[in-house]
Design a binder for this molecule. Structure first.
Ligand code: SF4
Ligand code: SF4
Length: 174
């Protein structure tokens, strides 16, 4: 049986593609079109006078600062499995594990910190966690500090943050 083969030109092969100038001109045309539209009708441009005005449209899916969750009995949900640190592309999660002291045969983090200066807020740590122990639902979108240490969120700080949305605050043991 004869099959019809369709050959598709590989993008970037032509002379026009390789000199880049037509593509740059196309991009500039779009920029100038939007600029002209915005200048001609300045009132239609959505502007927030931040920080005097704060955004009010942060949704549940927004990835804000991280927090560590508690279980119903008040203990930390994290079992120091290192899945989040392994999944983190920025290598900005630091965990030191220890054995729990309340008789439960489980680990917990002795130290747990996130360097938000390195974090790219991708959410992979949240996806990787098997215990729902780490979330990015604080709704906090700005972190201000003077020293580098101010941007290092330690275990106590991560545990002190609350969820900003109407989700349960404590996690059932899995
Ligand atoms: S959000 Fe991404 S970069 Fe930030 S700590 Fe989690 S996995 Fe790492
Ligand atoms: S936050 Fe979740 S993934 Fe990270 S160490 Fe704790 S239990 Fe494991």
């Amino acid at each position: 049986m004869n099959k019809k083969i369709k050959t598709i030109q590989r993008h970037g092969k032509t002379f026009k593609d390789r000199i880049y100038i037509p593509a740059i001109i196309e991009g500039l045309k779009t920029t100038i079109k939007h600029l002209a539209h915005n200048v001609s009708d300045i009132n239609s441009v959505d502007v927030l006078e931040y920080p005097e005005e704060q955004p009010t449209d942060i949704t549940e899916r927004y990835r804000g600062l991280h927090r560590l969750t508690h279980r119903e009995d008040g203990t930390i949900s994290c079992v120091a499995c290192f899945m989040c640190a392994t999944a983190c592309p920025s290598a900005c999660i630091f965990i030191e594990a220890t054995q729990r002291e309340d008789g439960v045969d489980e680990k917990m983090p002795q130290k747990f910190s996130i360097d938000t200066l390195e974090c790219i807020f991708c959410g992979y740590c949240v996806e990787a966690c098997p215990c729902d122990a780490i979330r990015m639902d604080t709704g906090i979108f700005s972190l201000i500090g003077r020293e580098r240490e101010d941007f290092l969120l330690d275990k106590e700080k991560l545990l002190s943050f609350k969820g900003a949305f109407a989700q349960e605050d404590s996690i059932a043991r899995k």
